[in-house]
Design a protein around this ligand. Structure first.
Ligand SMILES: [Ca+2]
Ligand SMILES: [Ca+2]
Length: 307
């Protein structure tokens, strides 16, 4: 995360791309981190009980794949089965703010550290990576909903961000749909080819392992304001808070830690139906802004040389 010098890229995709051959593993998925996450009460007042929110979040969590040389999966497991630990995430689930018939989910995958690109640049403590999913009503699915889109935003927000959206219309679960995580930087990609092409080739993804071998993630429900998750202790980040800069359990340094997650990571809903043009235009505006900024810097540099 937090790249400041990489080329801005927007890639908006209508279908999921072919990736490498995936290992065959049994489906698993999201585990409730606390009893609060599965209470049969609507704690955050959005019309859905905690249990209902958890059941939907579990059904539509994609399968998160890691590169075999991933060096910073903690607190989750790694290729050598160190601890064989589950990953940690928070999720936010609510009626979609643009269409209350739909459901918007944001998963934020959490890591102790971002270990930087191959040159060790841009590393920082605490790493939070969002994946957004939009659901639509579907009476043929056990949960009453099927998937609509999955959107990944690697290196968000920042000039090097890569946004990818794929459609999974009618699918009653996303547990076997792959999302690829870039080695050490943890950018999440719905398309493998996007990862390999991102940020000038510094990103690379693989399918060597998933958390705890079976894509097991401990999840806390972030909730809606004013009821929002406080402590992240239950998912392995002692002393961390959902509403403070996220430092991954490391000493707090707001200058380099991303967040707070409640603002920078969990507020943006998934793509609503018919919202693809809005998403495309927003991406073009970001790219134009970045190119304009780059041109201004070049102009400034030329002016300084001439002086
Ligand atoms: Ca609720
Ligand atoms: Ca909620």
């Amino acid at each position: 995360m937090r790249p400041r010098t990489w080329l801005a890229v927007l890639s908006l995709h209508l279908v999921s791309g072919a990736g490498p051959t995936l290992a065959q593993e049994a489906s698993s998925g999201l585990q409730a981190a606390t009893q609060t996450d599965i209470q049969a009460t609507d704690l955050d007042g959005d019309g859905l009980t905690q249990l209902r929110e958890f059941e939907l979040a579990r059904a539509f969590l994609p399968r998160i794949w890691f590169h075999g040389q991933e060096g910073c999966p903690q607190p989750g497991g790694n290729p050598a089965h160190y601890g064989n630990n589950p990953g940690s995430l928070v999720f936010r689930l609510r009626p979609h703010p643009s269409d209350s018939r739909l459901i918007a989910i944001v998963y934020v995958l959490l890591y102790r550290n971002d270990c930087g690109n191959p040159l060790g640049i841009e590393s920082h403590p605490g790493d939070a990576e969002p994946i957004t999913v939009t659901l639509e009503p579907n009476s043929t699915c056990a949960t009453g909903f099927s998937a609509y889109t999955v959107t990944t935003r690697a290196h968000y927000p920042g000039p090097g961000q890569v946004t990818g959206t794929s459609f999974f219309v009618g699918q009653c679960s996303l547990n076997d749909v792959p999302v690829f995580v870039s080695k050490n930087k943890h950018g999440s990609y719905i398309r493998y080819s996007d990862c390999q092409a991102a940020v000038g080739g510094f990103e690379t993804c693989g399918t060597a392992f998933t958390m705890a071998d079976q894509n097991v993630w401990l999840g806390n429900n972030a909730g809606e304001e004013p009821w929002v998750l406080g402590s992240l202790d239950a998912i392995g980040f002692s002393g961390e808070s959902f509403v403070s800069p996220f430092c991954g359990g490391n000493p707090v340094n707001p200058a380099v830690c991303p967040g707070p997650m409640s603002v920078s990571k969990v507020r943006k809903p998934g793509l609503r139906k018919g919202g693809i043009l809005h998403e495309l235009l927003a991406g073009l505006r970001r790219t134009a802004k970045f190119l304009s900024h780059t041109a201004e810097r070049r102009t400034g540099a030329i002016s300084r040389v001439r002086r």
